[in-house]
Design a binder for this molecule. Structure first.
Ligand SMILES: [Zn+2]
Length: 240
């Protein structure tokens, strides 16, 4: 589960409350990183402050007997060469790192190389809203998706279904390709308010229609398994 909050009105505590009501075991807070200033992008300093705020929140959650853990994350902006905009040290301090493209999203040429470069970025584990498509607004990027999903599977990284109603990116036809390659899939609501956590149903429906096996869905892992997966991916990319 990932969610964004600093650019909306939902605070981490409100998001955690929404997640608790849905009986989630964990929720990840994934604000945009600093070069996306218009979307409330967060720099290394604010990310550090947020980490402290989340640590406090986790402490009060466990004291209250709640079975919910708030994970520290970020949605790092990737340039078209697949490079991020945050210092590595601030990323390794997080539980989980997403990377997403937010520029040059209307080019019509094949973008396979951009995706391969992003997946090979050692600092990310999940590629967010992969195509950048938005219903009735932007059709999204083109790529050789078999190569992209195969590379992700090889690196054991995940691609996201952004469950936001006008995104639903990945869509069902791309998810079917992902299934063929055994690629991990992450469901992210892109929620900016607690009520938007219900968007998870749209992503789940897409995954079910494409018959993605449950063991390939990141959100179905226990928090221990999730941490182990992230550590494994980090270790593997360090060795490359
Ligand atoms: Zn984004």
């Amino acid at each position: 589960m990932h969610t964004r909050w600093s650019d909306g009105s939902g605070t981490a505590a409100e998001m955690a409350d929404g997640a608790k009501q849905r009986s989630y075991e964990y929720i990840a807070i994934t604000d945009h990183s600093k070069t996306l200033k218009i979307a409330g992008g967060i720099d290394e300093g604010s990310l550090k402050k947020q980490r402290a705020e989340i640590a406090k929140l986790n402490l009060s959650l466990s004291r209250s007997g709640a079975n919910l853990i708030v994970l520290r994350s970020v949605e790092m902006n990737l340039n078209p060469r697949g490079q991020g905009d945050m210092l590595p040290a601030s990323l390794t301090a997080l539980d989980l790192v997403l990377g997403s493209f937010h520029s040059a999203l209307r080019v019509v040429e094949d973008q396979t190389q951009r995706y391969l470069a992003a997946l090979r970025n050692p600092h990310i584990q999940i590629l967010g809203h992969p195509r950048g498509r938005i219903y009735n607004f932007r059709i999204g990027l083109k790529a050789d998706w078999h190569r992209v999903f195969a590379e992700a599977a090889k690196l054991d990284k995940a691609l996201e279904i952004d469950c936001y109603p006008d995104r639903q990116d990945l869509n069902v036809s791309l998810l079917k390709i992902a299934r063929k390659h055994g690629t991990r899939i992450s469901l992210g609501t892109d929620a900016h308010h607690p009520w938007q956590l219900e968007f998870i149903d749209l992503g789940l429906a897409g995954a079910m229609r494409a018959r993605i096996p449950s063991d390939r869905i990141v959100n179905f892992m226990t928090v221990e398994a999730l941490r182990k997966w992230v550590a494994g991916v980090r270790e593997r990319t360090r060795r490359r």
